[in-house]
Design a protein around this ligand. Sequence first.
Ligand SMILES: Cc1ncc(COP(=O)(O)O)c(C=O)c1O
Length: 476
Amino acid sequence: MHDHNDQEPIGSVPALFPIRQERQRLDDLLTQELLDAAVRVIAGPVTPTIDLAAFRRELAGFDFTEPRPIDELLAWTVARMEEGVVHVTHPRYFGLYNPSPTFPAQCADRIAASFNPQLATSTTSPVPVEIEAHVIRAVARRAGLPPQAGGHFTSCGSEANYTALVCALTRCNGHFATMGSRSFEGPPVFYVSRESHLAWLKIAHQAGIGRSAVRLVATDGCGRMDPDALSRTLIDDRERGCVPVMIAATAGTTNAGMIDPLLDCAKLARFARAWYHVDAAWGGALIASERLRHVLDGIEQADSITIDAHKWFATTMGCGMFITRHPEVLSSAFQVSTTFMPSNLPQVDPYVTSIQWSRRFLGLRLFLSLGAAGWVGYAQHVEHSTELAALLRQRLERCGWSVINDSPLAVLCIKPPSGFDKARPLVSRLLAAGRAWVAAAMFEGEEIIRACVTNGESSEHDVDELVMALEAAAVA
Ligand SMILES: Cc1ncc(COP(=O)(O)O)c(C=O)c1O
């Protein structure tokens, strides 16, 4: 007796919906291809080697008139990916916060792709919705928020930060939902440091309050928001008739991993009666470590927090989280009612408490990773990164290089020894050699080399290799 997947149903397209045995053969083939590629990636260059002009010509050959065998397509794709991306899975990728993903998160993606649940409502996906809510509550509690705190997974940190602004505007003015920024007596404005992640400008634009609503507050010379400058800007704005709606402190600036003075920002937000958001997109993972979490003191006072699981929690991309102590504000910001949805319950249905409607099962990535490693495993993971960063600092300083940020996270802003070339040309040479990946960036007005430990499998040997690669790329 055959069951459904042993025979092609009449009318279905076998290339899109192969029978069970064929799926199994292709699954095994792909698994093997990916395992082999992972071994080659680690042994090869970190940077792309593809000839992009040739690749574009090859791609033009895909005019989709004739079907091609899936075996061929899979092998082709894996091969081109090997040549055509910066390898964040390489242990000498010391780059932006793109992690080498955890294995449980990769398993989660397979499971989500297989069942393909729609997480808009609990009615259609009760188990996934409960799992996501459970993880969000666990992270919120770990960050020190009260038991009623809630939130949801987002596509990325920018979506979570955008959610924070919408909540701030909605709570600040009861008419914002219907009238938008016209409901305010003066222009609504919000405060971030000039070292914050500048997606805030796009967020202000999308929210309809305009890019000029973003106050880029001065820093203290060490990359942290200066509370005196924040206080002065708030007073000036009030005097000019602007309405401060939110202070967003950054816990782990993108360039330098600096943490704004969270307690001062909380106090000023209370004083200004503004929403207090903490953008802990990367640094938030420190809640896992009993030894290091004190650097986030003050995060527990936040009205809302952004943490990206796809950064230091090392899930696959993109997997942000928005957490708030006021879940009721989410439902007033995102409530909508339709006849075609099977339910409309702000307590459980994500589509009425968040920006997204159709929703992928992202939270499973962190559920399985946390489940398999526990907080204790993540504590070890983040501490390993900070220890390697400290080691890198030591090695560089011994060779006459300097590190000009003082971050408790795993990122260094490096300057070559005096008399050597500037950061940007040096980084270009280093990337051309392909032995390691670092970024060129600015920190407090200075051009620097930014090296960040993002790969949970990087080792002391990789730190030594990076130092050698930097020395080789330095030209007097
Ligand atoms: C501090 C901070 N906030 C927000 C973001 C934006 O996150 P995403 O790229 O997930 O949108 C980043 C990204 O690096 C970041 O470092």
